[in-house]
Design a protein around this ligand. Structure first.
Ligand code: NAD
Length: 286
């Protein structure tokens, strides 16, 4: 069984990026800059943002934080995004989701300059991904692909079942797995809350990607011997952080599996840094 160690892999990517950033900053006179907008005081969002800031700092990327109270107006938020779109020192703009009630997150995402859309949530980024054109891919599914690549786990010709159809994980994950290229070419089924016969569907899958948000939703009887299991779920329980898959019931029968924590989570941040460096390179002409 291959343990798809996201912590180690992400650390390797971050170290490669910091070497690149040091060199690029010397040549081009400035470091890449990532603007992070955090609205309100959701505790999980605060932790995510702090982790992103720390990761930027360690990689030599300038992190510019914009913290706004929960009662910020839509207008004020949109003005901030418009301003960040024009700033030379900002290569990436990240709007931490979810936004507090009353704010229109899609309207804000739509305003982000696609050239700075390092989260890959802008309709242009999603469209380019769907068409197989270069652009920013959402960080979590991109992290899954990178994790598989770096462990030499291939997907071509395999049957994949993705559980969850969210815009940030399930949908882009499907596009990345069924697309062209060395690490795609899988035959993909996207399952969701209205999918009948999910157990049987999963039991036939060569690859399962779980992105549901329910602790231990994927049980041992849903996974066939030798399958590849990617657990995207992050669930806070009384027993700490757990994934969407029952790791202990599955681990001895699969060919590869991600742990939670230490699997997909760290890869998401590494991909955010990678996208920021990619944006910077495009903008400075490196
Ligand atoms: P979401 O709530 O937007 O989507 C959940 C999906 O699960 C929906 O499409 C829904 O149809 C499906 N679902 C719900 N109940 C189901 C059922 N009984 N059977 C089949 N499908 C069902 O969630 P999301 O934003 O995609 O996140 C999913 C999980 O991944 C969460 O735990 C989240 O915290 C985690 N997550 C982790 C990372 C990371 O970096 N590791 C990033 C994003 C999300």
């Amino acid at each position: 069984m291959i343990l798809l160690d996201g912590k180690k892999t992400a650390a390797a990517i971050r170290s490669e990026l910091s070497e690149q950033v040091a060199e690029l900053a010397t040549t081009h006179g400035r470091a890449p800059g990532l603007a992070v907008i955090l609205v309100g005081d959701d505790p999980a969002s605060q932790v995510y943002v702090r982790n992103k800031e720390k990761a930027c700092e360690n990689a030599g990327i300038t992190s510019l934080a914009f913290r706004k109270p929960a009662d910020v107006t839509q207008q004020e938020l949109e003005d901030l995004i418009r301003d960040l779109n024009t700033r030379e020192d900002v290569d990436g703009i990240l709007l931490q989701l979810p936004l507090p009630k009353g704010l229109d997150s899609q309207a804000c995402l739509d305003l982000i300059d696609p050239a700075k859309d390092v989260d890959g949530f802008h309709p242009v980024s999603m469209g380019r991904l769907a068409l197989g054109l270069p652009g920013f891919a959402p960080c979590t599914p991109a992290g899954v692909i990178e994790l598989l690549k770096r462990h030499n786990v291939t997907t071509a010709g395999k049957r994949a079942v993705i559980i969850g159809r969210s815009n940030i994980v399930g949908k882009p994950m499907a596009m990345m797995l069924w697309g062209y290229g060395d690490f795609a070419n899988a035959t993909v089924t996207v399952a969701h809350s209205r999918t009948p016969g999910l157990k049987e569907l999963c039991a036939e899958a060569d690859i399962i990607v779980a992105a549901i948000g329910r602790p231990h939703f994927v049980t041992g009887d849903m996974v066939k011997d030798g399958a590849i299991v990617i657990d995207v779920g992050i669930n806070r329980t009384d027993n700490g952080l757990v994934g969407d898959c029952d790791f202990d019931a599955i681990k001895d029968r699969v060919s590869a599996i991600t742990p939670v924590p230490g699997g997909v989570g760290p890869m998401t941040i590494a991909m955010l840094l990678k996208n920021t460096v990619q944006s910077y390179k495009g903008r400075v002409g490196a």
